[in-house]
Design a protein around this ligand. Structure first.
Ligand code: LLP
Length: 411
C-alpha cells in the first residue's frame, strides 16, 4: 500500500494503547495485515499459490495464530521458529525450513519434526544424500542477481553466503544422481527491499532454467524481498504489476514442464511492516552547540533498523500534532551512538511527548535485545478497535533471574 500517516482514529487508538500498557510499546494493526494479505493473493491470482509467511519478520504467537487463520503457511529459518510455528498450530507440511549455515543436528531435528527443508549448501546436500536419501528436499540456488536495498540485506549476489551458485549445478546434479536423492523444489531469495520488478523477473527466469533440469519437482519458491514504502515519496514494489507478469510466466513454465507445481512466496515485510508502530516517550530535549536532540526512553536495544541499516522510519508526534515544526535529531538512551533520525522536521517535541515510529512491524521487536540490561517492551494487537496485550513487557527481575539461579546452583 502507498505510504500513509496514521489517521485520527488510529492515533487515538495508539494513545489508548500507550495509556493502558505503558511505553515503550509495539502495536500492530490487524486490518493492515489482512489487507496486505488480500493484495498479495489478488496479485498472484492462481490456486497454486502458497504464501509462506516469513515469521522472522514478526514472530509473535498471536500474530502467528492470525496468519494461520488467514490460510498462510510458514517460512522458518531456525528450529526455534519451527517449534514456535508448530506450537501455534501449523502442521509440519505447511512449514518450510530454509536455514543458512545451521548444524547437522539442527537439520536432524527438522527431519524429526517432519517439516519441508530447503538446502542452501552443497555439503549439506551431500549430507542429506548420504544419510537421508529418501527425504525429498528443496535446493536454494543463488541466481547471482543483485537485489535492491541495503548491502546487508541483498543476498543473491556472487559474494553472498546464501544459496548454491547456479554455476555449481553440474555438481548438484552429480550428487543427486549418485546418491539417488529426490529434489522436491527450487528456491531463491534475492534480498529484502527489491525496488525493481525487472530484477525479480530476471532472477525468476534463472530459477525456471534451473528447474527444467530436475524432474519430479513439487514446488518453485521465489522467496520474497518485496519493498514497502517508508515515507511519502518512497516507492514500493508494484506487486500488482509483478503478479500480472509473473503468473503468466509461471503458468507457461508449468505447461512446458508438464506438471502443475506449487507456487511459493515467503513475504515478511510486505505483510507486517506497515501494520506496526513503535511508541516511545521523550525524556529530554537537549540543545548542544550544533544539534537539538530529542532524547527518547528507548534505544537500539528495542528498534535497531535505523542504526543497523540506516533505515528511514517516519516519526509522528502523537501528543503534539499541531506543534510548530522544528528540527530534531532523535536519539536513544543507550550508552553508544543510537541515532534514530537526523535533522527531522517534527511538530514541536516536548519532554513527555509520545513519538511513534512508523513501519515498525517487520524486524522491529524480533531484533530487540536486552543490551544495557534493559527489558524488551510489550506488544499489543489492535483488531477492530480492540487492543489486546499479546506479549507483556519483560520485568527487570527476568533479566537476571536465570543467571542468578545458575550462580546459586554453581556455588
Ligand atoms: N525468505 C528468506 C529466505 C529470507 O531470508 C527472508 C528475509 C524472507 C523470506 C523475507 O523477506 P522480506 O519479505 O521480509 O523482505 N532485518 C532486515 C531484513 C532481513 C531479511 C532476512 N531475510 C530488515 O530489517 O530490513
Amino acid at each position: 500500500m502507498p505510504f500513509t500517516y496514521p489517521d485520527d482514529s488510529t492515533r487515538t487508538t495508539l494513545l489508548r494503547a500507550a495509556e493502558s500498557h505503558g511505553l515503550p510499546l509495539y502495536a500492530y494493526d490487524m486490518a493492515t495485515i489482512r489487507s496486505q494479505h488480500q493484495r498479495f493473493v489478488r496479485a498472484f491470482n492462481t490456486p497454486k499459490l502458497r504464501i509462506h509467511y516469513a515469521m522472522k519478520a514478526l514472530s509473535n504467537f498471536t500474530i502467528l495464530q492470525h496468519m494461520r487463520k488467514l490460510g498462510l503457511r510458514i517460512d522458518a529459518v531456525s528450529i526455534g521458529e519451527v517449534l514456535k510455528a508448530r506450537a501455534a498450530g501449523f502442521p509440519p507440511d505447511e512449514i518450510l525450513f530454509t536455514p543458512s549455515g545451521v548444524s547437522p543436528d539442527e537439520y536432524e531435528r527438522a527431519i524429526r519434526e517432519r517439516v519441508r527443508i530447503n538446502i542452501d549448501n552443497l555439503d549439506a546436500l551431500e549430507y542429506f544424500g548420504v544419510h537421508h536419501p529418501n527425504i525429498p528436499v528443496g535446493i536454494r540456488i543463488n541466481p547471482h542477481v543483485m537485489g535492491g536495498g541495503h548491502s546487508k540485506i541483498s543476498v543473491g549476489h556472487i559474494d553472498s553466503k546464501f544459496g548454491i551458485s547456479i554455476h555449481q549445478l553440474p555438481l548438484v546434479r552429480r550428487l543427486v544422481q549418485s546418491l539417488h536423492m529426490r529434489i522436491a523444489g527450487i528456491h531463491m531469495h534475492t534480498g529484502s527491499d527489491i525496488l525493481d520488478t525487472q530484477v525479480f523477473l530476471r532472477a525468476s527466469d534463472i530459477l525456471f532454467d534451473v528447474a527444467r533440469q530436475f524432474e519430479d519437482l513439487q514446488y518453485l519458491d521465489f522467496g520474497s524481498g518485496f519493498k514497502v514504502a517508508y515515507h511519502p515519496n518512497d516507492i514500493e514494489t508494484d506487486i500488482e504489476e509483478l503478479g500480472r507478469h509473473f503468473t503468466d510466466k509461471f503458468e507457461a513454465f508449468c505447461s512446458s514442464y508438464g506438471k502443475e507445481l506449487e507456487l511459493i512466496f515467503e513475504p515478511g515485510k510486505f505483510l507486517v511492516s506497515q501494520a506496526g508502530y513503535f511508541l516511545v516517550r521523550v525524556n529530554w530535549i537537549k540543545q548542544t552547540t550544533s544539534t537539538r536532540f530529542a532524547l527518547i526512553d528507548s534505544g537500539f536495544n528495542h528498534f535497531i533498523r535505523p542504526m543497523f541499516y540506516g533505515a528511514h522510519h517516519e516519526i509522528v508526534n502523537l501528543t503534539n500534532p499541531d506543534g510548530k515544526p522544528r528540527v530534531y535529531t532523535v536519539a536513544g538512551y543507550i550508552c553508544e551512538t543510537d541515532t534514530f533520525a537526523v535533522n527531522r522536521l517534527l511538530p514541536e517535541v516536548r519532554p513527555g511527548d509520545i513519538l511513534c515510529f512508523l513501519n515498525a512491524g517487520a524486524y522491529g521487536y524480533v531484533m530487540a535485545s536486552q543490551y544495557n540490561t534493559r527489558p524488551r517492551p510489550a506488544e499489543v494487537l489492535i483488531d477492530r478497535d480492540e487492543i489486546s496485550l499479546i506479549n507483556p513487557a519483560e520485568s527487570w527481575e527476568e533479566l537476571w533471574q536465570r543467571e542468578m539461579q545458575a550462580h546459586v546452583n554453581s556455588s
